[in-house]
Design a protein around this ligand. Structure first.
Ligand SMILES: Nc1nc2c([nH]c(=O)n2[C@H]2C[C@H](O)[C@@H](COP(=O)(O)OP(=O)(O)OP(=O)(O)O)O2)c(=O)[nH]1
Length: 137
């Protein structure tokens, strides 16, 4: 019998002026050291959309509005099977408020820099999608 648990994950792809909110997974967790968008496991009965908004607030302090689901990805890691719901989100704060925002170790990265960063394997299609959708040319 397969006893591996499948986790539903809500992830916030927070976009502001073609920049994205990104952090680094801390040591001691699965995929430590990889770049990540704010997100985490959905609670029972919680939609992936609500989870993305909640996790973003918890991890970065930023209030966001979910816009639409950009991509759904299933992936088998050594540590777990995951169902990833990548939700495009926008900050609720104004531009001035955002400048003073302490993002708890998360930072804004321009879309052009995304391919240089080291994301977990399951993010590959998403990164391609963001680059093709948000690049200037
Ligand atoms: N946050 C986040 N997780 C990602 C990304 N890409 C990706 O494959 N993942 C995977 C890594 C983990 O297996 C899973 C997220 O689960 P997690 O363990 O970080 O969630 P959590 O914050 O609820 O963790 P915890 O409460 O159990 O400590 O999704 C990403 O861009 N952001």
């Amino acid at each position: 019998m397969n006893s591996r648990k499948t986790n539903r994950i809500g992830i916030a792809i927070v976009e502001h002026q073609r920049q994205f909110l990104i952090g680094v997974r801390p040591s001691g967790v699965a995929l430590a050291g990889f770049h990540e968008f704010p997100g985490g496991k959905c609670r029972a009965e919680e939609t992936a959309e609500a989870c993305a908004v909640r996790e973003c607030k918890e991890e970065t302090g930023l209030d966001v509005i979910a816009v639409n689901e950009l991509l759904y990805e299933e992936h088998a890691y050594d540590h777990a099977d995951v169902k990833l719901h990548f939700w495009l989100c926008r900050p609720k704060q104004s531009l001035t408020e955002l400048k003073d925002c302490d993002l708890k170790g998360f930072h804004w990265f321009p879309v052009e820099s995304l391919p240089e960063l080291q994301f977990p394997e399951a993010n590959a299609r998403l990164i391609k999608l963001l680059v093709s959708s948000y690049s200037d040319s």
